[in-house]
Design a protein around this ligand. Structure first.
Ligand code: SF4
Length: 308
């Protein structure tokens, strides 16, 4: 049996940057992080052992002044910076530059069009409602942006008003294209049938594919890796939406893919491994993970597999 780790798996650039900022700032004294720095319990626990304290919004409102708070790669809405400023809290901004740029684009779109006549526009975000990055993006529009997760939610839009569509950085390119096609179809239906919801001419539609290629390009690489192994262990945090999405892509490519969040969970799959091994003595086992999975955790899973 051979075990190998996918060289394309592991932290993306934005998460690596935030973790390095935390490690470096911890050397200068106590540091809080607003929300989990990464959706991976083990990595959060490792940094907490170094002194990082994970806080929520209620904690932020009661922290003593001069406390230091790190903002993670997902980014924050303007209200967070405002609260920090009011309370005299020092912000260490580790928002991923890709997310920051997207926030700026959405805010510019909102500022440019908010007073358009005769119909104010709708800024639409293709994303997961309640996700930290999406909350930060909505904040750029004074929380007026509409969050849509799939084409079956399009009834929430008014096709008589202009639509400006953006995407959360970690959504799938296919899902975004499907949403664009569905909006286009609804708009032409408006024009052709002049349904009760539409005027003679439906309003304009502008879309911006703002998906981070750091994640999007991983799908094909991950699927190649999954196909080149007999069984695959996908290592990810149970709270990570990126881990769930990438795991499903992996499973599509290789049905013998198992989700584990720690080396101990490998033990529970011992009989599956024995079963595969009995059919194939030269079993090839692959270990891969999400953008929030640390390399050291995949190495621990590999070590555990080797002991089995
Ligand atoms: S997935 Fe892309 S946008 Fe999101 S944190 Fe990573 S590098 Fe930044």
């Amino acid at each position: 049996m051979t075990c190998s780790i996918d060289t394309n798996s592991g932290f993306c650039f934005g998460v690596t940057r935030a973790i390095k900022a935390a490690e470096s700032e911890l050397q200068n004294g106590s540091l809080c992080c607003l929300g989990d720095i990464v959706h991976n319990g083990q990595e959060v626990a490792r940094l907490e052992l170094l002194g990082l304290r994970t806080i929520d919004y209620d904690d932020l409102r009661t922290l003593p002044s001069h406390s230091r708070v790190l903002l993670r790669a997902h980014g924050e809405p303007p209200s967070t910076y405002w609260i920090a400023q009011q309370r005299g809290i020092e912000v260490i901004d580790a928002t991923c530059p890709v997310v920051k740029k997207l926030q700026d684009r959405i805010r510019a779109c909102y500022e440019t069009h908010r007073n358009d006549e005769p119909q104010p526009p709708q800024i639409v975000i293709y994303g997961k409602p309640g996700h930290a990055e999406v909350i930060g993006l909505q904040g750029q529009t004074n929380n007026t942006a509409i969050v849509i997760e799939s084409p079956d939610q399009l009834d929430r839009l008014d096709f008589n008003r202009p639509i400006y569509l953006f995407s959360q950085t970690t959504k799938s390119v296919e899902g975004f294209q499907e949403l664009v096609a569905s909006i286009e179809a609804r708009r032409s239906k408006c024009r052709d049938l002049e349904t009760s919801r539409c005027r003679e001419e439906s309003a304009s539609f502008e879309y911006h594919d703002t998906i981070c290629r750091n994640v999007a390009n991983r799908v094909a690489q991950l699927q190649d890796f999954a196909r080149s192994n007999d069984i695959v262990f996908f290592v990810g945090g149970t709270k990570s939406s990126n881990a769930k999405v990438l795991f499903n892509h992996c499973k599509e490519a290789n049905e013998h893919t198992y989700f584990v969040s720690s080396p101990d969970e490998v033990e529970n799959l011992k009989f599956e491994i024995i079963n595969h091994k009995s059919k194939n003595p030269d079993l090839k086992v692959g270990i891969c993970g999400a953008t929030s999975t640390p390399l050291w955790l995949m190495e621990q899973v590999k070590a555990k597999l080797e002991t089995l």
